[in-house]
Design a protein around this ligand. Structure first.
Ligand code: PCA
Length: 214
């Protein structure tokens, strides 16, 4: 099995993006699966183009995109991506769409085709804070997740795919307000490794309740 893992470059005046830093720390093989690592730009349009080219080149069985979610204290596999771009800030190319669909010919939303609950469970079993997330936001991460699932739907039907948001790396929180959540990069990477193990091991997701009441 071959798994393509992507991580974004830094954005919003940050010096690092914990997503690609944690992906870089991963071993080359996880649970027998070959890991291919790819940095993608934090740009609405270009990120999807780079991903599509990499999927055509590497022909992965699974694609997992990883991004930074600075306000979160846990590693969060995303359940759903929506067909909407609404940038609070411009992307790294200066593009700031407001209420623009990602694909005019695409559905309103796609679900991840990865076992998100099993991924969360395996991270928690390893002592790493993790939770299912039911919104990937409206910025470049949601856009890349939607584009990935659109590409799987229309062009690469045998591929399974999804997205994981990770907290700030600890060093990013140093000059931020007290209480800003963060996680050690090695723990983020260990969490990603556990999540990948779950993808390799679990065909169907575990049916334990993890939904929210709000
Ligand atoms: N996080 C942003 C975009 C790039 C990243 O790492 C997001 O959550 O949309």
């Amino acid at each position: 099995m071959k798994i393509l893992l992507t991580g974004f470059d830094p954005f919003d005046r940050e010096k690092v993006n914990p997503a690609f830093e944690a992906v870089k720390l991963l071993p080359g093989t996880i649970a027998g699966a070959q890991i291919v690592k790819l940095e993608v730009p934090t740009q609405f349009v270009r990120a999807g183009e780079v991903l599509e080219a990499a999927m055509a080149e590497h022909k992965p069985d699974v694609v997992i995109c990883v991004g930074q979610a600075g306000a979160r204290a846990a590693i969060t596999p995303e359940k759903v991506a929506i067909n909407l771009m609404d940038g609070r800030i411009p992307d790294n190319a200066g593009y700031q769409p407001v209420d623009v669909p990602i694909r005019a010919d695409g559905p309103a939303a796609y679900f991840a085709t990865l076992p998100v609950k099993a991924m969360v469970q395996r991270m928690q079993d390893a002592g790493i804070p993790a939770a299912v997330s039911y919104t990937a936001g409206t910025y470049v991460c949601n856009s890349l997740m939607y584009t990935l699932l659109f590409l799987i739907d229309r062009k690469f039907p045998s591929v399974r795919g999804g997205f994981i948001h990770v907290p700030y790396a600890m060093e990013q929180a140093v000059n931020k307000p007290l209480g800003t959540p963060s996680m050690d990069l090695r723990q983020i990477s260990r969490g990603l490794e556990k999540a990948v193990e779950a993808v390799v091991i679990c065909g169907r997701d575990t049916a334990v309740p993890m939904g929210t009441t709000h």
